[in-house]
Design a protein around this ligand. Structure first.
Ligand code: GLU
Length: 447
């Protein structure tokens, strides 16, 4: 295969959510794994809804994820190209003016349906004479422009979906230019893909029908269409459609929750594929394992629990330095390796360490049940002298066991609750020296 050239083409009308990132990632992995190029195309032809702030955020998010691009460009800078392509299509007789209002089109659709016909545009615009057009424009109407589909069958072998066919006689000629002269997405995308030398268009399967018309436009303007790959969409864990919940899982939110890029990328790369969902700690490994043939046809279920599990595996195996900065955000004292090693098994994200940092370095409300009061004060009396070390817990509880006859849960739980204010948490042997003698004595005495 010659080196692929792909693009990720977000519209800067919102933040990147997990669905967008999956499309970006698949493009990126395919390019990276095959020595190709990855372009970032900013689809900002909708000048009302696109903002520079969203564009900047999208770029920052992609960089945070490590999905760097070889080149980037904005569609808003290329209107002249789209105008030239539109002129070319007009000259070829493939772009024609239509004057119906939305209401009139709606009526036409209803009439077609009531007569048992598919609601396909009747091409009235194609049959207008110059005089008809002049008359309509004298009425104050402005044209919108439709691409004339061939009426034949368009076929392609989708890299994910296999053989695909769209019968263009059964779909309406798509509008490429609105009445106000603005472009819908269909034409600019093709013009850009031709100019950028895109070899593979990789996107969500919500674009499959667009591909029918776009392949014909590719052929009209550039001779041939790129390869196509349409991936099944993400659905939420309950199997529902791409929900509001998933839409709100943007990169800022995930970063703020302490989710690491490689947890997100590992999940999105493997979701809906024949590979097991396992964490990888670099994009190169994911690229080496990527193949379109592994992507299944069923919707890919995105479950946040999977994301947390992968994040947990990552942070448990990462060197301390990789989590130090996040720990420092919890509390400056928490950014130390001994603390992290003591608590990490109890954390799915680094920020889960917050309550344990309170235990080790901050304030805790001891819990001492009435029936444990005497035991806790005995424990205070038996606390070994000297500095508390990782061995202290063992020798202290062994002695307590001998003296009080308590064992198991009855021995350990009251101590845990008095010292940490919780019933669950990190290994007490490791956390005790971090709490330190002074706080240990204070907490036990309060019981
Ligand atoms: N801006 C389009 C979208 O976000 C791009 C689709 C494509 O990749 O062609 O849906």
């Amino acid at each position: 295969m010659t080196s692929p050239v792909v693009r990720f083409a977000p519209s800067p009308t919102g933040k990147l959510h997990v669905g967008n990132v999956r499309t970006a990632l698949i493009n990126w992995l395919f390019a990276m794994g095959n020595g190709g190029k990855f372009f970032l195309r900013v689809d900002d032809t909708d000048t009302e809804r696109s903002t520079e702030a969203f564009e900047a955020q999208i770029k920052a998010d992609l960089k945070w994820l490590g999905l760097v691009w070889d080149d980037t460009f904005n569609q808003s800078a290329r209107f002249e190209k789209y105008d030239a392509a539109a002129d070319k299509l007009r000259d070829m007789g493939l772009l024609y003016a239509c004057y119906e209002t939305a209401d009139e089109l709606d009526r036409k659709r209803k009439i077609a349906l009531s007569r048992g016909r598919p609601p396909v545009y009747d091409r009235a615009g194609l049959n207008l004479s110059d005089e008809d057009r002049a008359k309509l424009e004298a009425e104050g109407r402005k044209p919108h422009w439709r691409f004339k589909l061939s009426g034949g069958r368009i076929e392609w072998t989708d890299l994910v979906r296999g053989p695909q066919g769209i019968d263009t006689a059964s779909v309406s000629d798509p509008v490429l230019i609105r009445e106000d002269g603005s472009y819908l997405y269909t034409l600019p995308s093709v013009v850009d893909d031709i100019d950028a030398g895109i070899t593979h268009v990789v996107r969500g399967e919500d674009h499959v029908t667009n591909s029918g018309a776009q392949i014909e436009i590719f052929k009209a303007l550039g001779g041939s269409a790129p390869e196509m790959a349409h991936t099944p969409l993400l659905v939420d864990a309950e199997g529902g459609a791409f929900s509001k919940r998933l839409g709100s899982l943007n990169m800022e939110t995930l970063e703020a929750r302490g989710i690491l890029p490689m947890a997100i990328l590992s999940l999105l790369a493997k979701l809906g594929t024949s590979d097991n969902i396992e964490v990888r700690d670099n994009l190169e490994s994911l690229a080496a394992e990527f193949d379109f043939s592994k992507i299944g046809r069923a919707p890919a279920k995105f479950d946040e629990r999977d994301l947390l599990a992968l994040n947990a595996t990552l942070i448990h195996t990462k060197p301390f330095n990789a989590v130090k900065e996040q720990l420092a955000q919890i509390a400056p004292e928490a950014a130390n390796e001994t603390f992290w090693l003591a608590v990490r098994e109890n954390c799915q994200t680094v920020f889960d360490a917050q309550p344990f940092a309170d235990i080790a370095y901050g304030h805790v409300e001891p819990i001492v049940d009435d029936e444990d009061k005497a035991f806790i004060s005995e424990a205070l009396g038996l606390l070994p002298d000297g500095e508390l070390t990782p061995e202290t817990w063992k020798s202290w509880t062994t002695k307590l066991k001998e003296q009080t006859g308590r064992k198991g849960r009855g021995l350990f739980m009251p101590l845990r609750k008095a010292l940490t204010g919780m019933e669950h948490g990190p290994d007490m042997g490791a956390i005790l020296p971090l709490i330190g003698r002074e706080a240990v004595e204070r907490r036990l005495a309060r019981g």
